[in-house]
Design a protein around this ligand. Structure first.
Ligand SMILES: [Zn+2]
Length: 172
């Protein structure tokens, strides 16, 4: 009893985490969901804004506006963030990035806010798909951990990446 209570207390003290809409929100952590289907796969990134930006509200000055623009541009291009095996010949399609709190006049719910980014990749040689390399640690220095979930034809795989790990297996 005492041990688990102590652990719970330690977790509460060290991580500013709370659940929003059933999803965990922990600074320094991002979540990546990969769904493989046929010759294409989708990648969804769900991140506390703090993990990418350092604050979770609309920008208040030019420096913060520039930081927001850089994060949004990086996510919208998706370049270097999600690299599948070269042999699979995958190309990044449309990207959708959503962070309502960054828009002027918006208020964060309870002081916390997330950013979501969704990507679709289509592969000319899907049979060659083995791993996905994540460039998130390089792109965003505040990220310390990536919780990954891969859903494929043979079920789901969960993985946790910590710096400097970057590779996720897509097949078992
Ligand atoms: Zn937060």
């Amino acid at each position: 009893m005492h041990r688990s209570a102590g652990l719970l207390m330690a977790l509460m003290l060290t991580s500013p985490a709370h659940a929003a809409g059933g999803r965990a929100h922990e600074h320094g952590v991002v979540r990546v969901d990969v769904a493989v289907q046929g010759d294409s796969f989708t990648v969804n990134l769900d991140a506390p804004l703090d993990s990418l930006l350092g604050f979770e509200r609309a920008p208040r000055n030019d420096k913060e506006r520039q930081a927001v623009d850089e994060v949004l541009a990086r996510l919208r291009s998706g370049a270097g963030l999600f690299d599948a095996d070269a042999a699979a010949q995958c190309t990044l399609g449309k990207a959708e990035v959503s962070a309502p709190v960054l828009e002027a006049g918006a208020a964060a719910m309870g002081g916390h806010a997330d950013i979501d980014a969704g990507y679709e990749l289509r592969c000319a040689q899907p049979a060659q798909l083995r791993t996905l390399d994540l460039g998130l640690f390089e792109a965003f220095r505040r990220i310390q951990r990536i919780d990954v979930q891969v859903a494929g034809a043979r079920g789901q795989v969960k993985a946790t990446l910590k710096r400097p790990a970057r590779s996720v297996r897509l097949v078992r």
